[in-house]
Write a protein of this length. Structure first.
Length: 256
């Protein structure tokens, strides 16, 4: 599978992987700043954005997708940063292919299994009659019946596009996401830890990474790990605290 990506900037290669229901555009603003110092590759993961759809959606397949992209780009060892689901992809890539990256950055996700917590979003998207809507406003109005948070609906609407016949569609493969949700929520495991440097960035108002996660699987799987907390941020750390994330990422990547 050949993943869709956008490239910008020059310097040390840095791949950025988005989260569930996301697209590469979620990181566009911060990527432009990072591209002043690094060769940034924004990536659409499989079943998301403009990348191909597949019935298979698990972390081994997604890590292999990223490896193929790295090979196609002829990059020996990029740094890789991922948020949420993309963070799990990045962790799995680092554990499976440790010689094929320099540094790992994981944004607000632990390697543990998570209980289902996207049912409301999946049900709302499935219940929406996408063929009957005539505008983005119509879609927002229908989603608002089930999803009250404006920022969540705005995030989901980034997946909406207009087809050649003037109807609307979703770029994400909702059927594959629903079918494979248990695999998306699953833990990242390995018998052999990643022995290169790793940075975990946690949102202070988020509960995706708990203290027991840090002293448990994170430190067991990533032996040279640093964990930094941004107090004023929730799960979408890069959107809520871009300056703090930028400072942490650049300081970490520039360190020997």
């Amino acid at each position: 599978m050949k993943l869709h990506y956008k490239e910008m900037g020059h310097g040390q290669p840095l791949l950025i992987l988005h989260g569930l229901f996301g697209t590469l555009d979620n990181w566009a603003t911060l990527a432009k700043r990072l591209a002043e110092h690094y060769n940034v590759f924004l990536v659409d993961l499989r079943n998301h954005g403009r990348s191909p759809h597949s019935e298979q959606h698990d972390y081994d397949a997604m890590a292999e997708d990223v490896l193929r992209l790295v090979d196609d780009l002829q990059i020996a060892t990029p740094a890789i940063m991922g948020h949420s689901m993309g963070g799990k992809v990045a962790m799995n890539y680092a554990l499976k292919y440790p010689t094929r990256l320099t540094k790992l950055i994981v944004v607000d996700i632990a390697p543990k299994a998570y209980p289902p917590h996207h049912d409301e979003i999946i049900d709302a998207l499935k219940d929406l009659d996408i063929n009957s809507v005539t505008s983005r406003g119509d879609v927002d109005d229908q989603l608002a019946k089930s999803i009250s948070e404006d920022e969540v609906r705005l995030f989901l609407l980034k997946n909406l596009y207009r087809k050649e016949d003037n109807t609307f569609g979703w770029r994400m493969n909702l059927d594959a996401i629903e079918k494979n949700y248990e695999k998306i929520a699953a833990a990242i495991t390995s018998d052999i830890p990643f022995k290169k440097h790793a940075l975990f960035i946690k949102g202070g108002r988020s509960r995706y990474i708990l203290p027991e996660d840090i002293y448990g699987n994170i430190e067991r799987l990533f032996t040279l790990v640093e964990v930094e907390t941004i107090p004023n941020a929730g799960h979408w750390v890069h959107a809520e605290a871009p300056d703090e994330v930028y400072d942490l990422v650049t300081t970490y990547l520039d360190a020997d």
